[in-house]
Write a protein that binds this ligand. Structure first.
Ligand code: AMP
Length: 230
């Protein structure tokens, strides 16, 4: 299978986590979600966890140097060769520039960037009803709840579900502002280089996955689409 090297972007609540996990699994790639790595660090009393907490809890961005170091460590450890789906990174233009330099050095340039388009009102509704499993990371949207046997527990691992500390209404608004101000310019950074494809993120999970796969096949070299290795 050809290694894919892509970034999945979109506002908070666009479905990046779910869709990035699906794309990574389908293509044997590493799913690298900086939000997940940071939340994991918050649970432990490490210097990274202590530094990240005030940013994550307030819905603002962790400093670029911290996030870049996390990503670099993981890409050097194997992600660059195996292929990767970056989720929630880069979120600022300096992060995107740092990633360009890192990938150049690794000889593993991006195939492209998929941008999930979801209107603000849909984001607020989705995040307001979202609950997550602190143990295994599963995410439950409002529509998923009725399917669960036991209302407050994770279907996958049985742990009690939580509302993420940054999914409170005032923090959701702050995260949307941060996206508009700091992350939209990253979309432009990639659009100017002809690397970005916009994908409608409204609809069922399978429907959105199919749209992403179609956009992805337009970004990959023809040999990769046919399943050749490179
Ligand atoms: P997410 O799970 O991607 O929504 O990220 C949750 C929070 O983690 C964000 O609101 C930020 O505080 C922090 N975070 C995640 N990724 C980044 C990043 N690339 N740069 C800075 N902060 C980040």
């Amino acid at each position: 299978m050809a290694a894919i090297r892509i970034v999945l972007m979109g506002p908070p609540g666009a479905g990046k986590g779910t869709q990035a996990a699906r794309l990574a699994a389908a293509h044997g790639a590493l799913h690298l979600a900086t939000g997940d790595i940071l939340r994991e660090a918050l649970k432990s009393d490490t210097p990274l966890g202590r530094e990240a907490r005030r940013y994550v809890d307030s819905g603002t961005l962790v400093p670029d140097r911290v996030v870049l170091a996390l990503v670099e460590e993981r890409l050097r450890a194997g992600g660059a060769g195996q292929g990767f789906v970056l989720d929630g990174f880069p979120r600022t233009v300096p992060q995107a520039e740092g990633l360009d330099i890192l990938l150049d050095g690794l000889g593993a340039p991006l195939d492209g960037v998929l941008v999930l388009d979801v209107p603000d009102e849909v984001v607020v509704e989705r995040l307001g009803g979202r609950r997550t499993c602190p143990a295994c990371g599963a995410v439950y949207g409002p529509e998923g709840r009725s399917e669960r046997v036991e209302e407050d527990r994770c279907d996958r691992c049985g742990a009690p579900l939580e509302v993420r500390s940054d999914d409170r209404p005032e923090t959701i608004r702050r995260r949307l502002e941060v996206y508009r101000e700091q992350t939209r310019p990253v979309v432009v950074h990639y659009e100017l280089r002809g690397l970005a494809r916009r994908v409608d993120g409204v609809g069922g999970r399978d429907e959105v996955t199919a749209r992403l796969e179609e956009a992805l096949s337009g970004l990959l070299p023809p040999t990769a689409v046919q399943g050749a290795t490179r």
